[in-house]
Design a protein around this ligand. Structure first.
Ligand code: ADE
Length: 222
């Protein structure tokens, strides 16, 4: 899978992409992530990418030309399955959508900054708008990193199959993982539940199921 990120602050991605799962997937060539600095496509000597909003108001708006130039370069080299814009007013990102995206071959993710982007980009160049939650970040980079992390871990060969399939929110959307523990069995006065130390797999399975159901009940508040 190839992911092209178009953004104003590429360095934000250095840490999330050079650790753990994404690093491993990149090294194994299971994903090819390319980051493009919008400023490289900026206008004039000063590489201008933003301007004042028509009609007045505070804040700057990302101009259409740098985005169009960058997208044109990308699109001239390959076909894209989805061109995504990260924005707080987009469709709420979900495990289901992560699953769908993980099946795509090439995607572009555009990250917003400042007051926003020229509406014509949204109207004519974007195929999907995504939000990672109903709160405002200063830009789309961290939101894009969240989306990419959730996609990359689903790619075949990245992590072992059973652990991906047993994730909370995978399979059935209501399923919630039971509590998990590891050694030591007692820390201070806090004990791991006896059933987990019993070695009785039937009992343990039943206990996990019971705990999952209790968590679902609590979440749904009945
Ligand atoms: N950009 C700023 N806030 C965001 C959010 N909550 N989701 C996606 N992109 C964003």
């Amino acid at each position: 899978m190839r992911i092209d990120i178009v953004c104003v602050f590429p360095d934000i991605f250095s840490s999330p992409f050079s650790n753990s799962i994404i690093k491993k997937a990149t090294n194994k060539k299971l994903v090819d992530i390319n980051i493009h600095n919008l400023r490289d496509y900026g206008l004039g000597k000063r590489k201008k990418i933003d301007d004042y909003p028509y009609g007045g108001g505070n804040g700057m708006v990302i101009r259409i030309e740098p985005v169009y130039q960058c997208f044109s370069m990308l699109i001239s080299n390959r076909q894209y399955d989805e061109i995504i814009f990260m924005t707080p007013d987009g469709d709420l990102f979900s495990q289901k959508y992560a699953n769908d995206l993980s099946l795509k071959k090439n995607i572009i993710i555009l990250c917003g900054r400042y007051k926003g982007i020229d509406q014509r980009i949204r109207d004519h160049l974007i195929s999907k708008e995504l939000s990672i939650g109903k709160y405002i970040l200063s830009g789309g980079e961290l939101a894009a990193a969240v989306v990419i992390e959730s996609i990359v871990r689903l790619l075949p060969g990245v992590i072992n199959k059973t652990s991906v399939l047993t994730d909370s929110f995978q399979k059935k959307s209501y399923f919630i993982s039971p509590p998990i523990y590891t050694r030591p069995s007692i820390y201070k006065k806090w004990k791991v539940p006896n059933v987990l130390l019993s070695g009785n797999h039937k009992k343990i399975k039943k206990w996990f199921l019971k705990k999952s159901l209790q968590s679902i009940k609590k979440k749904l508040d009945f």
